[in-house]
Design a protein around this ligand. Structure first.
Ligand code: PLP
Length: 350
């Protein structure tokens, strides 16, 4: 099956008389003993349906988590006491904050790198226990040479993780490059409607799967059943949403690049995320408040377009320009998106 078909068909009950077409919402804290399920912290048939669908799309086994950061934290927890973690200095702020917290407590030794500098990342892989990649990065929009870095990390005996939240398995399947683990904020494109938080981890390594499943069982960072059901419903249209958001983004980038008032338009060439850089934070603040259609909101990957100046967050890296606005392009009509955005940019100039 190809991805669009997988997204629609995986994780459904069997084609048998009287079966519903969709996996039901199984609300259960416990199950009649003697079978495989036992208790609601260990498994849930609605999570399993979601995991089967996303697992098929990424080409690995999936574990659903309560949020993207719950999944990220579970992966950082794989690192042994004091061991080295290489990560992009422009990883999602929450991931960098977790690393900082672990470093403060002497748990891990993070080394933050520029992931576009492949030679430097390869050199940093020496002695590493975990190489964390996010590609494209949030919100710097940098792209890593994942296959080359993965080979170097494996030579050093390190695991490689890719945060695939921005690209989604429709545009990039890192497990096919030999990456050990993929992580998602399923809150974003996977679920796609800005109405829930969820995370996911994927791997082809059965031993890693068992370790992570045991951690999820023990620490309980599990998704709600209704969230899993909604996320699976959202996943059904992933390919359509990603294709439309990407087509809109590509057209917007073409037009934005013609505007002399922007210092930079950052776009990796694929996906629905764009970063534009205005000359200063004040102008960027004006723009984020001037749109009517684009919603001034954090988060991304929903059907509706959103924008925000990233440095409004104290924790955002100081190397992210003060005037950088992250645009999450939705699936609306591109002409409406352009009219609103161009009007907001014009009004900030006046
Ligand atoms: N990874 C990336 C790339 C993100 O953008 C985010 C959230 O914005 C996360 C992880 C964390 O996910 P969540 O907010 O679902 O915990």
């Amino acid at each position: 099956m190809r991805p669009a078909t997988q997204a629609v068909h995986l994780g459904r009950p069997p084609h048998e008389a009287d079966q519903p077409l969709n996996a039901p919402i199984t609300m259960a804290s416990t199950y009649v003993a003697g079978g495989d399920l036992e208790y609601g912290r260990y498994t849930n048939p609605t999570w399993t349906a979601f995991e089967d669908a996303l697992g098929g799309l990424e080409g690995g086994r999936c574990l659903a988590f309560a949020s993207g950061l719950a999944a990220v934290g579970t992966l950082f927890d794989l690192v042994g006491q004091g061991e080295k973690v290489v990560a992009p200095r422009h990883s999602y702020t929450g991931s960098v904050l977790q690393l900082g917290d672990l470093e403060l407590r002497g748990r891990v030794t993070p080394v933050l790198v520029d992931i576009t500098d492949t030679d430097a990342v390869v050199a940093a892989c020496e002695d590493a226990s975990l190489v964390w990649l996010e590609s494209p990065t949030n919100p710097a929009m940098e792209v890593a040479d994942v296959p080359t870095i993965t080979a170097a990390a494996h030579d050093a005996g390190a695991y490689v993780v890719v945060d695939n939240t921005f690209a989604t398995p429709i545009l990039q399947r890192p497990l096919e490059w030999g990456v050990d683990l993929v992580v998602h904020s399923a809150t974003k494109y996977i679920a796609g409607h800005s109405d829930l938080l969820m995370g996911a981890v994927l791997t082809r390594d059965d031993q890693l799967y068992d370790v992570l499943k045991a951690r999820r069982d023990l620490f309980g960072a599990i998704p709600g059943t209704f969230e899993a059901w909604l996320a699976l419903r959202g996943l059904r249209t992933l390919q359509l949403r990603v294709e439309k958001a990407q087509a809109n983004a590509q057209e917007l980038v073409r037009r934005l690049r013609e505007r002399p008032d922007l210092e930079e338009v950052r776009y990796p060439g694929f996906g629905g995320m764009i970063a534009i850089v205005l000359p200063n934070g004040g102008l960027a603040d004006l723009v984020q408040h001037a749109t009517e259609l684009w919603v001034y909101a954090t988060s991304l990957g929903g059907v509706e377009s959103t924008l925000e100046r990233r440095r409004r967050w104290k924790a955002e890296a100081s190397t992210i320009p003060d005037g950088l606005i992250r645009l999450s392009v939705g699936i609306e009509d591109v002409e409406d998106l352009w009219d609103d955005l161009a009007h907001a940019l014009d009004s900030a100039r006046e």
